[in-house]
Write a protein that binds this ligand. Structure first.
Ligand SMILES: *Cc1c(COP(=O)(O)O)cnc(C)c1O
Length: 471
């Protein structure tokens, strides 16, 4: 099914999706049998986070820090200058990010949540309210730890999982203005827009929506920040779906998006093409100074943050490569290819396909398993048992609230399973293999069983919980 608002512009003359790169270095994939996989999963009490890497054939657990570096990035690793202060690598990192974002102060950190922690420390106080399209979970947790209330004001198209719309990551502007216009206005330190919206299915935000947020922030005199982990994927969707950006270079779209805001946090483990790294950036001098003071206490000197010189150098190169049109087209098409296959097999998914992952709606797919028996978990386990593909549950196991004294859990809003694609790591035949696993999944759907938890920690239970299938 092709959505009529998707206007692929370039190499659609061929239907085969080719990786716009060739392979210089390889790593063997684990090939296991169904018996092996059952044994591994039983050993780990049916928790996919317990598996060892060599027990997973295609690892779609996350797209964070799992991508492949280019030969130029490996060359940058060798070029890395490990001077404590003012290294060449820092200068390159600073230059690339300054040109890309336009922000005056570039502050390196070891990953996204370190940037968030510093941001929360210097800008957020008890009782504050932080509006967003959707907060990512670590972002939310950092603001909550500062005793503030993060609020998600996702547009109504975004709340409807199964119906396609071009910009399901947009914020609801009316709700945002109502909040800014209320007596709570003084409790709002800034508005944070997440591009693309990871929590809502990797859905993009339009430039029109970002511009409207900027206008509102100016009207109510609020700072406007971006959580820009997937800034390049967002720009790709803008180039495909927003008429007035059809002929604009991807790099120019990314630059314009950053320049609408006053600063950003980024996990460079996503669109930085890095295995580690993050950044915090502002225009405001006083904020940057406050951030650097915290940085020195927690991450390191301001010209390296928590990173080595070689990391900074590889990231600088990655940030140049990420806006390549051919790469972004291949990336978006591999995910939408998987989505088309899933739909063809009758699997309900978040539509349209997101920028970094396919999200299966387990609640709709497995109506016979109630939320407190974790339909998403059951699905993720079966995907592993069928073909050694590791996905992640994002439903009641991850986000629900454990029931006290034998009562059922309070379920999460959605029961999703995410198959996230690492950048440049897998080829089209790997995606075909995953599609075949999904096809087999449909045959088994009615036989899938719910799970019960036999052990769970108090916080972030999905990482270490022990479960067993309900017989
Ligand atoms: C990954 C991510 C973060 C946190 O970054 P880490 O590098 O994992 O700490 C924050 N926001 C969004 C939208 C993300 O996807």
């Amino acid at each position: 099914m092709i959505y009529d608002f998707i206007m692929y512009t370039s190499s659609m003359e061929f239907k085969t999706i080719i990786e716009p790169f060739k392979i210089k270095s390889v790593e063997p994939l684990a090939i296991t049998t169904p018996e092996d996989r059952k044994e591994f999963l039983e050993r780990e009490h049916w928790n996919l986070f317990g598996l060892q890497s060599q027990e997973v054939t295609i690892d779609l657990l996350t797209d964070s820090g799992t991508g492949a570096m280019s030969s130029e990035q490996w060359a940058a690793i060798m070029r890395g200058d490990e001077a404590y202060a003012g290294s060449h690598s820092w200068q390159r990192f600073n230059k690339v990010l300054s040109e890309l974002t336009g922000y005056k102060h570039i502050i390196p950190t070891h990953q996204g949540r370190a940037s968030e922690k510093i941001l929360a420390t210097i800008t957020v106080k008890e009782g504050d309210i932080i509006p967003s399209n959707s907060h990512f979970d670590t972002t939310r947790a950092n603001f909550e730890a500062a005793l503030a209330t993060p609020v998600d004001l996702l547009c109504k198209e975004g709340l409807d999982l199964l119906t396609p719309a071009p910009f399901k990551g947009n914020i609801d502007l009316e709700k945002l203005e109502a909040l800014l216009d209320s007596e709570d206005v003084d409790k709002i330190p800034f508005v944070l827009m997440t591009i693309t919206n990871n929590t809502g299915g990797g859905q993009p935000v339009s430039m029109e929506n970002l511009k409207a947020v900027k206008t509102l922030c100016e009207k109510y005199n609020k700072m406007f920040l971006l959580d820009a982990c997937r800034f390049a994927e967002n720009a790709w969707f803008v180039s495909q779906r927003e008429e007035s950006y059809k002929d604009v270079e991807i790099r120019e779209i990314t630059k314009e998006a950053f320049r609408l805001a006053d600063g950003c946090t980024i996990s460079l483990k996503k669109d930085g093409f890095g295995n580690i790294g993050g950044v915090l950036a502002f225009n405001d001098d006083a904020l940057a100074e406050a951030a650097k003071n915290v940085l020195i206490l927690t991450e390191g000197f301001p010209t390296y943050g928590g990173l080595t010189g070689r990391d900074l150098d590889a990231l600088a190169q990655g940030l140049i490569e990420i806006t390549d049109r051919n790469y972004l087209e291949y990336r978006a098409r591999s995910i939408s290819y998987l989505a088309e296959k899933a739909l063809e097999y009758g699997i309900p998914i978040v539509q349209p396909a997101g920028g970094h992952a396919l999200y299966i709606d387990a609640k709709t797919f497995l109506p016979h398993i109630p939320p407190h028996q974790y339909p998403g978990h059951s699905l993720a386990c079966e995907i592993y048992l069928i073909g050694g593909v590791r996905a992640v549950e994002l439903g009641t196991l991850a986000f629900g609230v454990a029931g006290e004294d034998g009562k059922n859990d309070t379920p999460a809003t959605h029961e999703l399973v995410r198959l996230a694609a690492p950048r440049r790591s897998y080829t089209q035949s790997h995606f075909d293999y995953v599609a075949e696993v999904l096809e087999k999944l449909v045959e088994k759907k009615d036989t899938l069983k719910g799970y019960e938890i036999t052990y769970q920690p108090k916080l972030l239970r999905h990482f270490t919980a022990k479960l067993k299938p309900i017989s």
